[in-house]
Design a protein around this ligand. Sequence first.
Ligand SMILES: Cc1ncc(COP(=O)(O)O)c(C=O)c1O
Length: 497
Amino acid sequence: MHPTPRDTTLALGGEAFRRAGHELVDRIATFLDTLGEQSLTTAADPAAIRAVIDAGAPMPDQGSDPEVLLRETASHLMAHSLFNGHPQFYGYITSSPAPIGMLGDLLAAAINPNVGAWRLAPLATEIEKQAVQWIAELIGYPRDAGGLFVSGGNMANIVAFLAARVAAAGHDVHAEGAGAPGAAPLAIYASRETHTWLHKAASLSGVGTERIRWIAVDETGRLDLEDLRAHLARDRAAGVRPLMVIGTAGTVSTGVIDPLRDLAAICRDVGAWFHIDGAYGGFAAAVPGLDPDLAAIGEADSIAIDPHKWLYAPLEAGCVLVRDPAALRRTYSHHPVYYQFDAEQLNYFDYGPQNSRGFRALKVWLALKQVGRAGYAAMIAEDIRLARQLHVALEAHPAFEAATTSLSITTFRYVPADLVATVAEPATAEYLDALNRELVERIQASGRAFVSNAVVAGRYMLRACIVNFNTTAAHVEALPGIILPIARALDAEMRDG
Ligand SMILES: Cc1ncc(COP(=O)(O)O)c(C=O)c1O
């Protein structure tokens, strides 16, 4: 006999859950099937968006019917969102979400394990551990590395940064803080193309952004090794210690891979912690023969890598791997009386800044099992192939100037025919920057495609990044034709105005 349920407005009985859930799953299935036919986004102004939920309304005193609530909310979200799974979505580095990950998140929430400690989440902890090991395997990193899931690339990099700081400090940073009297000065070495997580890491850690040595890049955007060596030598002579040297596997703007093999060798020589930000491009190491520098991933002391980018996990899922698991424990392990767990098991609260932790690993683990190594290698390779195809098409197109293509990012701009001859002249260059800056806005507002921007060699470019298994060759082929009329109309308008 079932006990009489408590009188609560939040619990749903099995029957009500089934009804609401089935309806929602049906809606989502149709949404996924028809996504490519819909507008990519609504061009509604912020006031109209806020009106959808009556944004100024006070908190309701009484509740409402959960089925109706879910139905209405699904309708609103499906009508008023930016759909990064749309096949014409090429913005930032946001992937199409894997459907199995959507269902995995539902399952994870239903079980609701607290993956902070093994005892609180026995199977979930083992699943996370296996997912972390498989990610390491996929990219050629040691399987016995320490690692865990975090919210995304920023956090993954920050978790590694703090571990490197503890390792480099030479004093008890936990007790004495970053600026302890007599502490050896530290410096971080990173190219100017490094993602902005580094600003946050340096400032939040108390190390300070002034301790970042911004290393020059060559004309392709790769870190300049001579400049790095010069900075390291100058600092060494002045008694400044390296906190970490950072190489990026796939820069955020143009997808460039730093000379990771040489960076690994330099770090070995000078005894510096070698960190790779592979948030975007790290998974490209799964594609055989793509770039020899990706093979140096295995030599890094730590790497940040984002399943919510190139494993197509629904947001959020970042992952950090640290060669020496003890480095994570030395940084994050604190054991107050109310947090004592089986020491012989893996307790993730020892490895990172969170105590209570959700089951992010499930959606990633399910997808890894669903498609396997070969499936991921093929999908990532196809994204890269499509970005190159776009570059070739733009090179051949008289209205566009193709700039760069690396990994799955292609940059380009619209150049009106009568300006081709004078692109290098300052007045034309300035006009093209303004034109293409506004063009990004217009394309985004059109709802037909979504590109973001990059600055390449000082010039404003449109940027298409493909981490999207819904995008096909036909979509890529159609993109110049979608952009062209928007660009022509804008050019005419700007010249008139
Ligand atoms: C190279 C690189 N590092 C870090 C990040 C930050 O990742 P997240 O947005 O998941 O925090 C990004 C995001 O695009 C990135 O491209």
